[in-house]
Design a protein. Structure first.
Length: 294
DNA sequence: CACCAGGCGACCC
DNA sequence: GGGTCGCATGGT
């Protein structure tokens, strides 16, 4: 996608994107991430690494051809953040595929969703926790996890210190122990997360190497699935939202409902090619948030 | 108050 | 290989 990053006098940056290609609301609230919060004025606040990130679309800067987002990052970090937002990924091949009316409607409804390039450790833990939970519960559980075992930081806004918490490292999870994880409401997933932290910290290179394009979604999923608490669905989510394997296709209860209603029980997602995971998000978002179609 | 949630592991045949 | 069943917890 064509986009631009421009420095502002105050040290922050504008990210300028073709109109409609980036929706903060859809991207951050479609269930792929759990820590972005929408503030009253439309700003989205998140924590990436040890930084507090705030981004907002400014309608007075935007035109009929481009949307302008201001982010509280310097140029180098804004470049990385644009990649986090998936702005370097080309979604146009999905439009070349022969889609059904239902698929076209879902794609139109979800326009502006970007598949994020999230941290693999945070994504793995988040989706281990996600199983058999609803999204508000996942968000609350992860918030408690960060508050109790992450690192407290402060960020100054207009003279006031705002507190925030980093996502706990594997070491911080190990120190928390099963008891500490239980106190955050993880339930039976505490053991999964604890053992995953041990394995991740000891074999970090095995996880990192899956980020390479030499490792496709299939080999990444088959590696992830060997870990306790990671089954096919969670492995597909981690691959899609953390490892940037855009052809991964998580099948959860919502997707299965769509399959039963519109596809005679199974979705032939190979048909969507290398962007199957993006189509999955369109289908998920459309049926979950558009009550007309649920 | 039941019901259920971006499923998985253990166990069965 | 495929089909059940229990599971901690809290949001709705």
């Amino acid at each position: 996608m064509q986009y631009k990053i421009e420095r502002l006098p105050n040290g922050f940056c504008d990210i300028i994107v073709p109109v409609g290609e980036l929706s903060l609301e859809k991207t951050f609230k479609c269930g792929q991430c759990f820590r972005w919060v929408r503030l009253g004025d439309g700003t989205f606040k998140g924590v990436l690494g040890d930084k507090l990130v705030m981004i907002k679309r400014f309608s007075d800067k935007s035109t009929d051809t481009s949307d302008v987002f201001t982010v509280n990052l310097d140029y180098n970090d804004a470049v990385k953040f644009a990649n986090y937002l998936g702005l370097n990924d080309d979604y146009s091949p999905l439009r070349d595929i022969n889609l059904t009316n239902f698929e076209k409607k879902a794609m139109e409804y979800g326009k502006g969703i970007r598949i994020l390039h999230q941290d693999i450790w945070e994504t793995s833990v988040s989706f281990i926790i996600s199983q058999r939970n609803n999204i508000p519960k996942i968000e609350n559980t992860i918030y408690r996890l960060c508050e109790k075992f992450g690192t407290k930081k402060t960020y100054m806004i207009r003279g006031n210190d705002v507190e925030y918490y980093t996502f706990p490292t594997p070491e911080q999870i190990i120190n928390a122990g099963i008891t500490g994880l239980n106190s955050c409401g993880l339930g039976y997933r505490s053991e999964y997360v604890y053992k995953f932290a041990l394995d991740f910290s000891m074999n970090k290179n095995n996880f990192l190497k899956c980020l390479s394009d030499n490792y496709d979604s299939k080999s990444t999923i088959s590696f992830l699935i060997t870990h306790l608490g990671i089954g096919p669905k969670v492995a597909n989510c981690i691959s899609l939202f953390g490892y940037n394997k855009l052809d991964a296709f998580p099948i959860d209860v919502w997707i299965q409902r769509i399959a039963d209603k519109h596809y005679n029980g199974t979705i032939d997602y190979q048909r969507y090619g290398k962007l199957a995971g993006l189509m999955q998000q369109y289908l998920f978002y459309y049926t979950k948030y558009n009550e007309q179609e649920s």
